[in-house]
Structure formats: structure tokens, C-alpha cells
Design a protein around this ligand. Structure first.
Ligand code: GLY
Length: 295
């Protein structure tokens, strides 16, 4: 094993007994479980992260770090190993590792991120994925892609066409996944990413924000296929959920959305787990943003 990967894996946190979870429910067969989660520490420069709007209260860096640690603690109880990368002070958004790559089976597509400030975050991620045996493919200029715009349901790879991800990247993704999975472009308006307003619950159920723009996204998908049921939640921040096996991680602090998600979890025998990520939300961070999940 190469030195770099060995160093990373020394810090991999192996499966441990959970203080949070009761595995009393049977995972449904159509929900992915993962061997690996890759995460990245929060940079000391996180307060300078990109933001669509300045937050009303400034980011509390210490609290952001605590919340990110809680998130990593939670995920480590749901996967076999967490691969953790040091923060990069030159990249205040580096903890939002989801944007750097997408991984489908043995293929890892490395982003050319839409925000110039974020380019360079992907290097360390690509190196580890390569050492873990993934086939590395890069998005090339003029293509731009952020992983937050990519929603893979198992049946479709939905590609949000946003300010960060463009048609050139969509064409490259169609070529990369030709014959493997259907790649579909979905225009995204007034959101950072597609997954800011739409996320995966299971292979037949998607969570969508109750906004005009998100409903247009829903309509676009419905005009293509009737394979999905959409569950609408009133809070935009709550529309990004993180599904790992029989667990659904949701944002704490959004009670109306939580009630809807709890009902869905009850129907589908899924464990709902709440986590407070208030400081990450201030930097437009969502629950899926903080990890790359793969086998
Ligand atoms: N702050 C996350 C992003 O703008 O990409």
C-alpha cells in the first residue's frame, strides 16, 4: 500500500458501537450501504467560505468544528471506515468534500468545480480514490461540475445545471456513463446546487423543498419518468437529507419538516437521526456536502 494512503488509513475510524443508534430496523433492499465515507476537516479559514448570502450571525468557527465532528462521529457508526483528510487553510470550503467528486461503482469523476476559489480541493481526494482502486476520470474545461449538483438514484444520474455545473460537464458525464446509467440534465434556479432542494430517500422516493423553483425541478423529473414519489418539506434546509443504509440523517431545528420526514421514516422502517448543523448551513452547507460515500 502506498505511503500516502497508508497514512490516511491509519486515521480511518473503524466501525464502532453506536451511542446514538438502535439497529432495530431492517434495512430496505433499495437503499445503499457504504464501505467508505471520505470526510475533510474544517479549515481554520472556514469563516471565509463562499456564501450565497452573508449570515445574520457570523459563523462560530469552534461550534462549526464541533458540529462537523458530531457529523463524522455519526457517519462512522454507519460505514466500515472513515477516511479523513486534513483541512487546507487555502480552501475555506474544503470540508464540503461532496463537491470534489462523484463515485459510481468503480468510476470516480473528479470535479472541475464551478467556483474558481474552490479549484484545487479535489487533488487530495483524487489521489486517495486512485489509491483505493477507482478509475479516475476528470471533468475537463470548459466543463464545470460540483458534486452537490449530482443526484444518483441508482436508476438515473440527475445533473443539476446550476451556476456551478454546466452543459459541457453534462455532455462529459453522458459520455462517461454511456451504457451504465441514464444521465439527465435538470435546470436549477435560485439554489446553490440541485441537492440544496432535492435529495435521495430511497430508489423510489425523493425529498423536495416546497418552493416554486424546486417544484419545477420535480415537474421536470416527472415529465421524464414516473418512477419517483416526491415528499415535500416546508424548510429548504431540511430538504437535503443523508441516507445511509437504514438511517436517515436530518437537520435538527426544522420541526414541520421533521414531522413529515418522521412519518415517512415510520412508514418505511427507517431510523431518523437529527443533527444540528447551524454553522455549516451559514455557508450553504447541507448534510450530503460533508462526505463522499462509496464502496
Ligand atoms: N460554501 C459552499 C460553496 O459555495 O460551494
Amino acid at each position: 500500500m502506498q505511503t500516502f494512503l497508508r497514512k490516511i488509513l491509519i486515521s480511518a475510524i473503524l466501525f464502532s458501537v453506536s451511542p446514538f443508534l438502535c439497529y432495530t430496523q431492517t434495512p430496505s433492499p433499495d437503499t445503499p450501504s457504504y464501505q467508505f465515507a471520505m470526510v475533510r476537516n474544517i479549515s481554520d479559514s472556514f469563516e471565509n467560505s463562499l456564501k450565497l448570502n452573508p449570515p445574520l450571525d457570523p459563523i462560530n468557527l469552534d461550534l462549526a468544528k464541533q458540529q462537523h465532528e458530531m457529523y463524522i462521529d455519526l457517519i462512522q457508526q454507519m460505514v466500515s471506515a472513515v477516511v479523513r483528510i486534513d483541512a487546507d487553510r487555502n480552501h475555506p470550503d474544503c470540508n464540503f468534500i461532496e463537491d470534489t467528486a462523484i463515485i459510481v461503482d468503480d468510476i470516480a469523476v473528479i470535479s472541475r468545480m464551478g467556483a474558481i476559489e474552490r479549484r484545487g480541493e479535489e487533488g487530495a481526494v483524487a489521489q486517495i480514490l486512485q489509491e483505493l482502486g477507482k478509475n479516475i476520470v476528470h471533468i475537463h474545461s470548459p466543463g464545470t461540475m460540483d458534486g452537490g449538483d449530482i443526484l444518483h438514484t441508482g436508476k438515473h444520474l440527475f445533473v443539476g445545471l446550476s451556476q456551478r455545473t454546466n452543459e459541457y460537464a453534462l455532455e462529459q458525464l453522458k459520455s462517461i456513463f454511456q451504457g451504465k446509467t441514464e444521465v439527465v440534465g435538470i435546470p436549477v434556479a435560485n439554489s446553490l446546487h440541485l441537492k440544496s432542494v432535492l435529495s435521495f430517500f430511497d430508489s423510489e422516493t425523493l425529498i423536495v423543498a416546497d418552493t416554486k423553483e424546486a417544484k419545477v425541478i420535480q415537474s421536470n423529473i416527472e415529465s421524464l419518468t414516473n418512477e419517483y414519489t416526491f415528499v415535500s418539506v416546508p424548510d429548504v434546509s431540511a430538504s437535503n437529507v443523508l441516507r445511509i443504509g437504514s438511517n436517515l440523517i436530518v437537520q435538527d431545528g426544522f420541526s414541520a419538516s421533521e414531522a413529515t420526514l418522521q412519518d415517512l421514516c415510520n412508514q418505511k422502517s427507517v431510523n431518523l437521526i437529527k443533527i444540528d448543523m447551524s454553522e455549516l448551513i451559514k455557508a450553504d452547507g447541507a448534510l450530503t456536502c460533508g462526505c463522499l460515500l462509496f464502496n
